[in-house]
Design a protein around this ligand. Structure first.
Ligand code: HEM
Length: 347
């Protein structure tokens, strides 16, 4: 058997023979279209790896009984952290393309019409697999496959399919809802501090709500109504109250050993949202420099459209905004021993 050769193993010929600038009349032409193509290809390769990691994380998380201390949980966190590192890298790559000036771009811009990054199926899949829904997108009318510059019907169907399957966000919400930390067995000895009427709310949450109320300044007093809405009545965004309560509980008591990984997980999801927004911001600023206020090759309003996506396209807004409802460490209700024992590592 022949030894495996490096370029055959990574199929280098295919990759290196896939750059065909439309504006080059001769292969040695010197404009920046070569850079423009290569940078997009590099992005798409990284998008592929992100989708691969997301799918693996999803497969692990789809199991019903994922154990918060298990290898599974650390694998998911590891995969999501890797996605974060890739996003950091692709954020930095924007500055390579920014060495091209607006005039340099004009040399070949019209050759690519109506192609555009808007049509990047992989980018849309990443958004959908994370949990962004079509109705949450900015300017949904741009996505009609019949619009020139939009995604093809086949690509759009694939994105819709990914959206209808269990997204990472849905899996995380279900997992949060299953958290058993408030099971009556652990709370028998807990002494409620406040005199609030218990109703059907857990005594822990009555104490927490009271501590939160005392922490609010006068001009923030109406946050208490929001607290009730988010954690007891409606939930927030796609997350029902039980999931929001679990996210808050993990965040406040993240020092407890059993919550280390769950907290890492939630924190990494917020980080991914932030890094994707950083990319959107850098791309938007670059686009302003490149085309000013002109429409995009994909037929959207250009920089204006991209600015809209920046403020609207978050997958894990609910989780990040838990920070609104935190209280100081010293004000946290003291957990009952039965629960502390349950959630600590016992040798
Ligand atoms: C000269 C550089 C670039 C310019 C002027 C530019 C311009 C634009 C514009 C105007 C849009 C809005 C859609 C449209 O009307 O075309 C867009 C969308 C997009 N571009 Fe770029 N782009 C550039 C580089 C890149 C690079 C290197 C990538 C990497 C893959 C990229 C990925 C995307 C993606 C994913 C979208 C969709 C964003 C969304 O809808 O949220 N672009 N681009």
């Amino acid at each position: 058997m022949d030894d495996l050769y490096y370029s055959d193993y990574i199929e280098l010929d295919k990759i290196l023979n896939s750059q065909h600038p439309k504006s080059f009349e001769s292969p040695e032409e010197g404009n920046d279209e070569m850079l423009f193509i290569i940078i997009h290809q590099v992005y798409e390769l990284w998008f592929k790896q992100i989708i691969f990691e997301l799918d693996l994380a999803g497969q692990i998380f789809i199991q019903d009984g994922i154990n918060d201390n298990s290898d599974d949980m650390s694998k998911v966190v590891h995969k999501l952290k890797r996605i974060g590192k890739i996003l950091e890298l692709i954020n930095q790559q924007v500055s390579v393309l920014e060495t091209m000036t607006a005039l340099d771009f004009l040399e070949f811009r019209n050759f690519l019409l109506p192609a555009s990054g808007f049509q990047s199926k992989q980018f849309r899949l990443i958004e959908a697999k994370l949990g962004l829904k079509m109705e949450q997108r900015y300017k949904t009318e741009y996505y009609k496959h019949t619009r020139r510059g939009s995604l093809s019907e086949t690509d759009l169907n694939e994105v819709n399919k990914a959206e209808s399957e269990s997204t990472l966000k849905e899996l995380i919400i279900k997992w949060l809802e299953r958290m058993p930390y408030l099971d009556a067995a652990y709370w028998k000895e807990y002494k409620q501090v406040t005199e609030s009427d218990s109703g059907d709310r857990h005594k822990f949450w009555l104490d927490y709500r009271n501590a939160y109320q005392t922490s609010l300044s006068k001009n923030e007093a109406d946050r208490l109504q929001e607290f009730d809405k988010v954690f007891f009545e409606e939930g927030r965004g796609d997350a029902p109250p039980a999931a929001m309560r679990a996210a808050l509980f993990i965040t406040i008591y993240r020092n407890l050993p059993i919550f280390h990984l769950p907290f890492e997980l939630l924190n990494t999801l917020s980080e991914i949202d932030e890094l994707l927004s950083n990319w959107r911001y850098r791309h938007f600023m670059m686009v302003r420099r490149m085309i000013g206020l002109r429409v995009g090759t994909g037929g959207t309003s250009g920089a204006g459209y991209l600015e809209g996506t920046l403020s609207q396209h978050y997958a894990f807004r609910e989780i990040t905004e838990v920070a609104t409802f935190l209280i100081e460490r010293s004000k946290r209700p003291v957990l009952p021993n039965a629960l502390k024992e349950k959630v600590s590592f016992n040798l």
